[in-house]
Design a protein around this ligand. Sequence first.
Ligand code: GSY
Length: 278
Amino acid sequence: MGHIGIRDLEVYAYHGVYPEEREKGQTFYVSADLYLDTWKAEHEDDLDASVHYGLVCESIKDYMTREKYLLIERAADEICENLMKDYPKLNKVCVKLYKPEAPIPMPFGTVFVETSRSWTEAYIAVGSNMGDKENYIRQAIGMMEETRGIQVKKVSELICTEPYGYTDQETFLNGCVWIRTWLPPEELLKRLQEIEHKLHRERKIHWGPRTIDLDIILYGEEVIHTKDLSVPHPDMVNRMFVLGPLDEIAGWAWHPVEHKTIHQLKESLNEREAEKHD
Ligand code: GSY
C-alpha cells in the first residue's frame, strides 16, 4: 500500500463552541494521510490510477466549510468519512485538524485532533421466510447501501432453503452480501438491527419466522465475543444456506478460527451431510 500525505492545508472555517467563533470564523490547518494501492500509478505514471491531491484539498475545504460544528472532533470526523466515501480508491485515511487560534486564555502552540478510518471486508448473511421474501431482502440490501460507512461490493444469488433448527415454518430465501465497512463491529450490528427493525422484524420465537434476518458472518479476520456479538458466526460452519452463497462470492475468504477458507468449509459440510445420508 502506498501513501499520499497533505500537510497544513489552510482553511478558513466557523467551528467552535463559542458564538463569536461561529460568527467570525478562524484559520484551521488540515493534514491528511491517504493510503491506497499506488502500484499502478507508480508503474504506469497514470493519475487515474491514483487520487488527485489537488481535488482532495478542494474536497477537504468543502467538507470544512459546508457546515459549522461545535467540536473539531466532529469536523475531523466529517473530513475522514467524506474522503472515504468520495474517493473509493482510498483504503485508509488519517486526518489531523489543527486549531491554532482556539480560545485558550494563555500562550500555546496549537490544539489538534487526530482521527482515522479504514475499510474492513465483511460478509452478511441475509434471509427471509415471511411475505414477499425477495422484496424484503432487496430492500435490506438497498438500506445497507444507503448506510454511512457501508459499501456493498457483491451480492450472491438468492436461494430457496429448507428451514434449519426450528423446522415447522415456511421455507427461507437466503443469500450473502460482501460489504466493506469502516464501522466498528458493534456499530455495524446496530445498523443492521435498525434495518431489521424498519423491515418489521419481530423477535417472537427464537429461530422462528422472520421478515428479514441480517447476520454478521465474518468481519475481516477478527474474532469477536461480546455480550451481543460473536464473529465469525458460531454456527456458520453447519449452515449450507450460509456457506453456499458465501462460497459463490468469496470462496477464498478466511475463517480465522477454523483456519480454513469458506470453500474448504463448504466442502467439509457437504461431506458430513453426505455421510449422514449414507
Ligand atoms: O439466522 C438464520 C435464520 N434461519 C434460517 C435461514 O436463514 N435459512 C434456513 N434455511 N433456515 C433457517 N433457520 C433459521 S433460525
